[in-house]
Design a protein around this ligand. Structure first.
Ligand SMILES: [Zn+2]
Length: 299
């Protein structure tokens, strides 16, 4: 099964990348207890860490959401042909993303709304494509939603100095600025932004200042597009694990705890940006900890 239904909302996905990105568990989650990884190795390997050398395995994927007659993309992955001098594994990347999107019945002109949960390079790539020498919006009829705090933080004309600055080299210029120039960028402010009757963007700062999640509630069923609050399923039972890509790890932890409580209270499915394999999981509580009660039917 490659699509899920949550109430009246249908969810598909395009997986653009799946594999190790050259970081061990210690490198990806600095200061984490090696014993915790060891204890969970039997279920983490090989889907989420490599069996041979303890590298984190990750996916880059777009959630394709059909809600109230509209087609909505949550994050747009890496993009093709982008110059990423400090991230060699994803520089000049070349995938069949648009063909995979077409296989879900979505042509670029069909997309009504793009949500960038934040402005890291692996969430904005397909915002644009190369036409001649120009980066132009890939989705000509879409509005693109970005939190103002992230726009200001990553804008090279601003005065912020992101910790992940080099890693994100060029991403604003080639994947965000052209959308603004085309008049398709919509900045949102504050804590919440309602998308429609089922979907709400909620600020979940920490990973970046304007990081957001998308909550879905329809006909008594719930899900949350959790973006980069979780990079490994081990963070469900160990939310203290923080990725090296978080601008403010303490704030990210607070946002992660809030997300997990929200999901556990509702028995909600979480759909993080980077889980491989099934890609999504249902969250509950066991003793004093959060736990995965069920993996989604994506395969
Ligand atoms: Zn990411």
């Amino acid at each position: 099964m490659d699509q899920l239904e949550i109430g009246d909302v249908r969810i598909g996905r395009v997986v653009e990348f799946s594999g190790p990105v050259g970081l061990t568990t210690e490198g990806f989650f600095p200061g984490s207890d090696p014993g915790v990884w060891q204890e969970n190795r039997d279920w983490l390997a090989p889907r989420f860490v490599t069996a041979a050398d303890d590298q984190v395995q990750t996916a880059v994927q777009t959630w394709v959401v059909r809600s109230e007659g509209r087609t909505i993309l949550v994050d747009t992955g890496l993009g093709n042909g982008k110059e990423r001098p400090y991230v060699p594994v994803w520089s000049h990347y070349d995938s069949d993303y648009l063909a995979d999107l077409a296989a879900l019945g979505v042509a670029p002109g069909d997309v009504d709304l793009v949500v960038n949960t934040h402005l890291h390079l692996d969430h904005v790539g397909w915002n644009t494509r190369l036409e001649g020498r120009e980066w132009v919006p890939t989705f000509p009829n879409a509005q693109y939603l970005v939190h103002r705090a992230d726009f200001d933080f990553w804008n090279p004309e601003g005065d912020a100095t992101p910790g992940f600055g080099r890693g994100n080299q060029n991403a604003f210029e080639d994947s965000v600025a052209p959308v603004q120039a085309a008049g398709q960028l919509q900045l949102w402010d504050g804590e919440r932004h309602r998308i429609d009757g089922s979907l709400v963007l909620e600020l979940a700062a920490g990973h970046t200042p304007g990081s957001a999640v998308v909550t879905l509630d329809s006909k008594g069923e719930s899900a949350v597009f959790a973006a980069d609050l979780l990079h490994s399923p081990l963070q469900v039972s160990h939310p203290e694990l923080a990725s090296c890509f978080c601008e403010d790890p303490a704030a990210a932890r607070t946002s992660r705890d809030r997300l997990l409580s929200h999901a556990a209270d509702r028995g909600a499915l979480i759909l993080p940006a980077h889980f491989r394999a099934e890609g999504a999981a249902r969250i509950g509580r066991k003793d004093d900890a959060f736990t995965i009660t069920e993996w989604a039917a994506f395969a």
